[in-house]
Design a protein around this ligand. Structure first.
Ligand code: UDP
Length: 366
């Protein structure tokens, strides 16, 4: 455990024991007692993951007190180490599929804990199902108890292998519940259903974002997703593995654009699902060529079998986000890929060659 991490865990324990009421009080100009730290408090689950860690940064920079929670199965505490000395950040090492307790006020909750790559779902299918079903239930209960507004991270996978293109929010999807992706897709569909139920039945303030393929610094190089897979292969001097004939399409959004869309949605009063993604669509074969050009690698593209239920096309229709959030992506794929490649180049040789995630064994049978 690094010193910074130990410090944060220690501070977290102290806060847990004492709770919000025990924090130092301050007398304001009007003579009332107010807590010294009167910042709005936000709980971010999946905080040590790719998107969660970027959300932590954004909320810290917006002046919030951030409580990051993660069980570190797929997340990495390295993504948060730069925040551990910050008095406005606390870390809770906890699995949200079990009862979630946080001391004191909570004004906002962002539920981003979940494995997020098809390879991860295969390795930890039960955990994947639990975090978006039981985990979402726990966090909705917490939101209700604390009077917090909650935003849940849904996904373009609720559209499955879509028969409508581009995908609009009113499309109900084409999902195989018992296929390899079913554990993720159906859990996210349940997440949306229970979130709407808490909104209509318990009047909890809820928001639902449907996230399309996103990339940027802090993605896990070995998580199996196409962008880290291709960049990792380019950096190791291996051939790039295109699944199927590469005619399937995806639309890649740079992480900063996504975070901006999520922030706007949270602060809006819109309760139904909203697509956030970049509509610029590309085939996987063309994407592989782009990566070869970007990295200057002179390896070949090789073809491997297409995984079962791999969606043939994906592109978000973002008319709704444009209208209600006045949001659209700003970072081109060329720009975003350059920054992301720069990040992957800084990884150590060990990280570059690490094939497996260290903690899966312990969780795989739970
Ligand atoms: N893919 C590929 N080679 C790889 C990894 C992925 O051709 O080494 C393909 C995969 O079959 C899919 C697309 O790239 O069609 C995007 O896959 P990813 O795992 O990133 O996420 P998805 O959008 O399928 O959830």
């Amino acid at each position: 455990m690094s010193n910074l991490f130990r410090m944060a865990v220690l501070r977290n324990e102290v806060t847990n024991k004492k709770g919000w009421n025990a924090r130092p009080l301050n007398i304001c100009n009007f003579g009332f007692l107010i807590p010294m730290n009167s910042k709005k408090r936000v709980l971010i689950t999946g905080a040590a993951g790719f998107l969660g860690s970027h959300l932590c940064d954004r909320f810290i920079s917006e002046g919030f007190h951030v409580m990051g929670m993660d069980n570190l199965i797929t997340g990495d505490k390295k993504n948060l180490e730069h925040l551990f000395g910050n008095e406005n950040f606390e870390f809770f090492h906890h699995d949200v599929s079990s009862f979630v307790h946080v001391p004191g006020d909570v004004h906002y909750i962002l539920h981003f804990a979940s494995p997020a790559s098809p390879i991860d779902y295969l390795k930890i299918p039960i955990q994947t199902l639990k975090v978006s079903s039981l985990g979402t239930h726990n966090l909705l209960g917490l939101a209700k108890a604390k009077g917090a507004r909650i935003l849940v991270a849904s996904t373009s996978e609720v559209y499955g292998d879509p028969l409508v293109h581009p995908q609009t929010e009113d499309y109900w999807g084409n999902v195989n519940p018992i296929g390899p992706r079913g554990v993720y897709d159906e859990a996210k569909r349940f997440m949306e259903a229970i979130t709407m139920a808490y909104h209509t039945y318990h009047k909890v303030e809820t928001r639902i974002v449907r996230i399309f393929n996103t990339y940027g610094p802090r993605m896990r190089l070995n998580d199996g997703r196409v962008l880290p897979a291709f960049i990792g292969q380019a950096l190791r001097g291996e051939d790039l593995t295109v699944f199927g004939d590469g005619a399937q399409t995806r639309s890649f959004c740079y992480v900063d654009d996504l975070i901006e869309g999520i922030y706007r949605l949270l602060m809006s009063d819109y309760v139904y699902p909203v697509n956030i993604g970049n509509p610029s669509e590309i085939s996987i074969l063309d994407f592989a060529s782009e990566i070869l050009k970007l990295t200057g690698a002179n390896q070949k593209i090789i073809f491997k079998p297409l995984p079962k239920d791999d969606p043939k096309q994906r592109q978000p229709d973002i008319s709704l986000a444009r209208k209600i959030l006045k949001w659209e992506p700003k970072v081109s794929r060329a720009e975003g890929l350059k920054i992301t490649y720069g990040y992957f180049k800084t990884l150590s040789r060990d990280e570059l060659y690490k094939r497996e995630h260290k903690d899966f064994e312990a969780f795989s049978k739970k």
